[in-house]
Unconditional design. Sequence first.
Lengths: 266, 453
Amino acid sequence: MMTVTTHRTATQPAVADAPTLKKIVILGATSGIALEVQRQLALRGCELLLVARSPQRLAEIQGDLETRGAPQVFTYSADLASIQQHAAIFEFARRTLPDFDTVLLAYGSMQSQKEAENSVDVLLDELLVNFTSATAILTLFAADLERRRTGCVAAITSVAGDRGRRSNYVYGSAKGALSLFLQGLRSRLHPAGVRVITIKPGPVQTSMTDHLPNSARFADPEQVARDIVRALERRSPDVLYTPRIWRYVMTAVRQIPESVFKRLTF
Amino acid sequence: MSAQSAATSRKQLGAPQTAQQILSWGRYPKVAHAHVYKPAWNDQVPAILRDVAPGSLLPFGLGRSYGDSCLNAGRHLIDCRRLNRILGFDEATGMVRCESGVSLSDIIDVFLPKGWFLPVTPGTRFVTVGGAIANDVHGKNHHCAGTFGSHVRQIGLHRSNDGLVNCNANMNGNMLHATIGGLGLTGVIAWADIQLKRVAGPWMDTESVPFQSLEHFLELSSESNERFEYTVAWLDCFAGKNPRGILFRGNHTADHGKNFLSKRGPKLPFALPAWMLNRYSVKAFNSAYYKIHAARKSASVVAYDSFFYPLDSIRQWNLLYGRQGFLQYQCVIPETNVSAVKELLDRIARSGMGSFLGVLKQFGSAPSAGMLSFPRPGLTIALDFAMRGERTLELMQSLDEIVLQSGGALYPAKDARMSPALFESSFPRWREFAPYIDPKMSSSFWRRVTGAQ
């Protein structure tokens, strides 16, 4: 048998092994989906660094995750929507969990679409939380992983970002822009062997969506979290739709011609 | 900015705009609720308690109460299932502190691998800690361990008028005893300290012994209660005055080592057509069940879940009874009154309306921890009845007479129809309990049995 040698060029990933999932930074640790993801990571024995606003809520989750099997849980209380605080958040992560292998961005905001239409303040606030601040903090973490040529950047966007809808286009456009940002980031980090995962959940039963009609029929956050954790552990996919049906639904929705789509009221 | 954050916080409190139908386990009665609040954090509860009208709210967990004690028709529920964090655990003593929406299933999954088990468990693991306290549930070890509430050392209770109140033996002791068995009416439990117990492993050393009469059962049960931590009997309710049945008894054991994987069972996808369960099919099932167990080797080592939770292996088994749902009848009758038990079983057998889930258990003498706790010395019988309208309700009323005359009691967690008079005689302490009710709380059950508004 001949030995096949591979030549690593600048465009090939540096790391070919299964991804390591050991030390994870979670931005927006008190969000409904993050809560479930963290539990499943704790069961796998992952070390976690959780960032969220409320120190009290962080302390509650910390106790829970450590009891459930996380060897170590660090917490940092900060407002991720405030970009001035990002440098301190990143410094803390680099100090306490210097060899983190994954960063998961899980925070978001869904205010009333009607309010966003009538108030530029609300509109800009939605864009700041869901897009601007997200790109800012991810840029800091991505540079560190790129330098170390390892790891994974994952962010929760939304199926709402795949098409601008009448009922939800402010939230949708911010999430859609974040998806585009991640697409570019993926390409940039590919040569360094750093994965970028775009997570697009359909509607999920969490505090963020309780006020929406039919919320009782939304997806179970535990199932969504299972899909996310599986995607973090594997080498694919780049874009995760969860529950899986949304990949097919959105493929169909994207095909609808604009002349028809603009008449749809949903 | 403040208007905006108020809007956000209202959204986070999760008040849906549409009326919601929430069913209890028996799927009867079918009522609608105005709002279902779904707090994800304990710090959101005070605002909900502040905002609602007096007498309009009731905590809700996994909805395993059978009747209307977990319902609040036309008013609000506060769904506590997202308050599901384990806040701390002392490895040395086995004391766990958890929020009220943590399920017993979750506690088993986390702590059984560490060698700890629930001090008391009901026949399903899918109840919340809050629900287990509010109904002061009992289990197969009642003769040794008493009720669930007697292992609750301390609780934090959200009260609408005085904030988060710590209740333990030394502080607000009466509020603790009112909350245990208090049907969720005293406030929203924020967290509870529960004393777990050390067990040898996830396996049970079990025996099953057939019996052919009530006297035989009593003799067997008394003898078994001395040697076994857990005893319970399945009863063929078609057999009448001299009921046949199988007594199951068991102890924890380490025999099979410590490795264990729980299986996930099948699920009943929809309500079965009502005609499938009739007196012939159920009678045939009961007869076969008895014969199989009576013939089987009587001693075996089994996994803890098949011993404690045989029904949990079929998810949504309550759909078995069809769209109209079912009622469960669980009473306790003082042991001195064996003839009343016989009369009760005779009426059920003659009605031909009984089902396959007949359960018989001899309660121990330990006093229950709550003012409204159901368990008391005597024999408890639990039976399902498919809801078939008036004739089902009439049969249950005729059973009520026997319970009332014998000085027994009915279990609120299983009830959707007992009369105020039977409630009064079952729970003579209810007037002592009433002052501890939170002014913002009420329930369908409470209004029905006490005439409260």
